[in-house]
Design a protein around this ligand. Structure first.
Ligand code: ATP
Ligand code: MG
Length: 441
């Protein structure tokens, strides 16, 4: 097995070897190279200690010096170079609370989470695969290095990482590894929200976001996203549906591109259904006002998982408006754009199509035709550059002040009233007409 190392990686390894140390590319970059994928970043593992590395390279950053990691800077690029180490237990943070340096590559590879992530490579020795990573790639399986329960005891996050890698690669999780997850999933409670968020997002934007099902079956979501478990256990008996709520959500995620906001939007769009469930005497289920409940739950979950405000705002808007009743008229669409916001509005089409595709085929053509018609109206409104927000109005607060209106709340109210008129009839959006309307008001 031969891997083409980038020139700079080759140079770093060479410099270390010439100084008498061992050095290898390691982990994700080796896995991705074996898979024929281009690695995002190249990590290097070495027998050199951090102070020894710093002597060899003119420009370095102490990224995680306590854990043996130094970033070597070469022509504007940074490469993490880490001393061979044995990890103690991981606690809440990103890093193990204690590490011990070791002289042995074998020990360093043994501390890594999965066999496919525990391979090293350099030009002198070729691929170093001591734990069967290559065979597991061939067999498409995620397997812990060594004893699975011990590995998950050291760092519970690895359980979620197992599902994340399985979703990224389309691999199954080895049976023993899966059994260990079922037994130890409650330990995920010890893991910080930030670390969980990172893995959850990687899972959701992967080629197989529906593998979240495996996280449910292994008991992982019960710990990190119990709101989703409720969905998996909430039936839908309604002519528009063919799946229970959870399966509908999983299928709907497959219907949008792997974008973080869109995929999270689908994950949460029906999260309010369990709380709003009603059942008719004949067994038909309904979930009236579930987008409102869903918005609240989404905000709560995203706060808990420490998502940034921007992502949270966008996703909660998609949840709130995923089913919003847009009147299929030009004025109706302008009003909806005004309400939902120009940035989010176009995403609603994508969300609706994915939602519809994950429903029963009852009235599917009609539902899709309505989406297409509203989208056509929207495109026309855009191309005519019609006003949909206050900033598009042909007059501003300053114009009203120039007309003698005292500054204050009245200005905003007046502009809003004028916008209402313009939303109905865009031809009113000239300074002259609006000032005339204002005087009439
Ligand atoms: P990605 O493509 O997401 O970057 P990756 O495999 O590079 O995938 P990282 O989280 O960047 O994953 O970690 C780099 C390497 O460090 C992994 O391949 C693995 O060998 C090791 N590693 C990372 N996190 C853990 C962990 N929690 N437990 C054990 N080993 C880990
Ligand atoms: Mg990486």
């Amino acid at each position: 097995m031969q891997i083409r190392l980038p020139k700079k990686v080759h140079n770093i390894i060479n410099t270390l070897e010439e100084a008498g140390y061992e050095a290898y590319a390691v982990g994700g970059c080796v896995r991705d190279s074996v898979l024929g994928r281009t690695p995002d970043d190249w990590d290097i593992t070495t027998s050199a200690k951090p102070d020894e590395m710093k002597r060899l390279f003119p420009r370095t950053v102490d990224t995680g010096i306590k854990h043996g990691t130094v970033t070597v800077l070469l022509g504007g690029e940074g490469f993490e170079v880490t001393t061979y180490r044995i990890d103690g237990t991981y606690e809440d943070g990103r890093h193990p609370s204690e590490v011990t340096f070791t002289a042995s590559l074998k020990e360093d590879l043994r501390r890594r989470d999965f066999t496919i992530n525990a391979m090293a490579y350099n030009e002198r020795d070729g691929l170093v695969d001591l734990y069967g990573g290559l065979a597991d790639i061939e067999n498409q399986v995620i397997r812990c290095v060594g004893n699975a329960e011990e590995r998950f005891d050291e760092d519970a996050l690895r359980m979620l990482r197992a599902v994340r890698f399985s979703a990224q690669l389309g691999y199954r999780i080895d049976e023993t590894t899966g059994e260990a997850i079922k037994a130890l999933a409650p330990n995920l409670q010890k893991i910080s929200a930030e670390r969980i968020q990172v893995e959850l997002v990687k899972l959701v934007v992967s080629p197989h976001p529906d593998y979240l099902r495996n996280a449910y079956e292994l008991g992982i979501t019960a710990q990190v996203l119990p709101e989703f478990d409720l969905c998996m256990e909430t039936p839908q008996r309604h002519k528009h549906h063919c799946y229970d709520v959870g399966e509908h959500i999983l299928h709907s995620m497959l219907g949008v591109e792997p974008d973080k906001v869109l995929r999270l939007g689908m994950l949460f769009h029906d999260i309010g259904k369990p709380q709003t469930l009603t059942v008719d005497p004949d067994g038909t289920t309904h979930n009236k006002r579930h987008p409102f409940e869903g918005e609240k739950i989404t905000r709560k979950v995203m706060r808990r998982l420490k998502f940034d405000n921007d992502t949270t705002d966008k996703v909660t808007k998609l949840v709130l408006y995923h089913d919003y009743d847009i009147a299929p008229t030009e004025a109706g669409v302008r009003r909806a754009v005004n309400r939902i916001g120009e940035e989010i509005f176009p995403m609603i089409f994508t969300v609706r199509r994915a939602d519809i595709a994950a429903q029963s085929d009852y009235m599917r053509e009609e539902k899709l035709a309505k989406v297409a018609y509203i989208e056509k109206l929207y495109r026309e409104i855009l191309s005519r550059k019609e006003a949909v927000t206050l900033k598009d109005l042909a007059i501003s607060g300053n114009d009203l002040i120039a007309e003698g209106m005292p500054s204050g709340r009245q200005i905003g109210e007046t502009l809003s009233a004028l916008l209402e008129r313009v939303l109905d009839d865009p031809s009113l959006n000239t300074k002259e007409i609006l000032l005339k309307l204002y005087k009439e008001l």
